[in-house]
Write a new protein. Sequence first.
Length: 117
Amino acid sequence: VQLQASGGGLVQAGGSLRLSCAASGRTFTTYRMGWFRQAPGKEREFVAAITWNTGSTYYADSVKGRFTISRDNAKNTEYLQMNSLKPEDTAVYYCAAAQYGLNYDLWGQGTLVTVSS
């Protein structure tokens, strides 16, 4: 199974982007999927997560109210709708799957989001 992230790009502050992460390969099952980000010179940080079966969602305080995570079970795809983007949201965004519990054991390649002021 592989995760393929897409949707990054350059956007002005206040704008929106939607990231996608599609799982491909053999039959994909997972407990939870999430998004993380890593800004230049900083450590990777949690952004949002969704429990695959129930749809329960979790957000970092820094994105709560601006970002929305969702999933399409039939397409094995998760999404991250990012609104009211700020320059501090600039980072490489990674999708990940916690297939068997709460540890993220499968990672996508990352997609760059740049927010200009």
